[in-house]
Design a protein around this ligand. Structure first.
Ligand code: GAR
Length: 217
């Protein structure tokens, strides 16, 4: 089986990266990580990558006067490693339209909200403040507008009455870690296809039988 070649981009702890590392180590998983890039040299995720024996590269945005040069360096690194799919996993720099265009339909992102609600930062706190009954997380193809693009997979996460920001972040991450490897698998196996603003999932891929209601009636 020819595996899809991934480049994972991070800025921090890298728990989603770890979920991808673990998935790629499973027998028969259809993707492999070729390179991990962080814009922060001190990101814990770089250590995770090295521990797993992966190529880990710091491309520090502070060392570049212009964003275009920073993004060119990332692009060169990804192409050098023959990356076929870029996975943004807690990469916290906005990427310019040029870079995004070069990786159109070949770059995905994970975001801790049910997009298109709560783009940007502090998603959990804002959801709690609004009193919504479901939080969530989304994996989507990247477009130049922040946290926008064809949606591949989402989880709806009920908010408990005693929910705190910390508990919601932790709960959401457990879903993120399940979803990221699953979304990459969908793409690697050719079961997700971009069509206009949407992602079409092959008909024979399983769907939950019912919706979610919170609180339960
Ligand atoms: C994750 O919750 C991810 O969804 C979020 O950053 C966290 C990274 O955690 N990404 C964004 O907010 C992007 N807009 P991790 O480094 O432990 O994977």
């Amino acid at each position: 089986m020819r595996k899809l070649r991934l480049g994972v981009m991070i800025s921090g702890g890298g728990t989603n990266l770890q979920a991808l590392i673990d998935a790629c180590q499973q027998h028969g998983y259809p993707a492999k990580i070729e390179v991990v890039i962080s814009n922060r040299p001190d990101a814990k995720g770089l250590e995770r990558a090295r521990t797993a024996g992966l190529k880990a590269v710091a491309i520090d945005h502070k060392e570049y006067e212009e964003r275009a040069a920073f993004e060119d360096a990332i692009h060169d690194c990804l192409t050098e490693h023959k990356v076929q799919l870029v996975c943004l996993a807690g990469f916290m720099r906005l990427l310019g339209a040029d870079f995004v265009g070069r990786w159109k339909d070949r770059m995905i992102n994970i975001h801790p909200s049910l997009l298109p609600s709560y783009k940007g930062l502090h998603t959990h706190a804002r959801a709690l403040e609004d009193g919504v009954k479901f939080a969530g997380c989304t994996i989507h193809y990247v477009r130049p507008e922040m946290d926008n693009g064809p949606i591949i997979m989402q989880a709806a996460i009920p908010i408990a009455p005693d929910e705190t920001e910390e508990s919601l972040i932790a709960k959401t991450l457990t879903y993120e870690h399940r979803m990221y490897p699953a979304a990459v698998r969908l793409i690697a196996e050719g079961n997700a296809r971009v069509s206009g603003h949407k992602v079409v999932i092959k008909e024979d891929v399983a769907l939950p039988a019912t919706g979610l209601i919170c609180p339960l009636p």
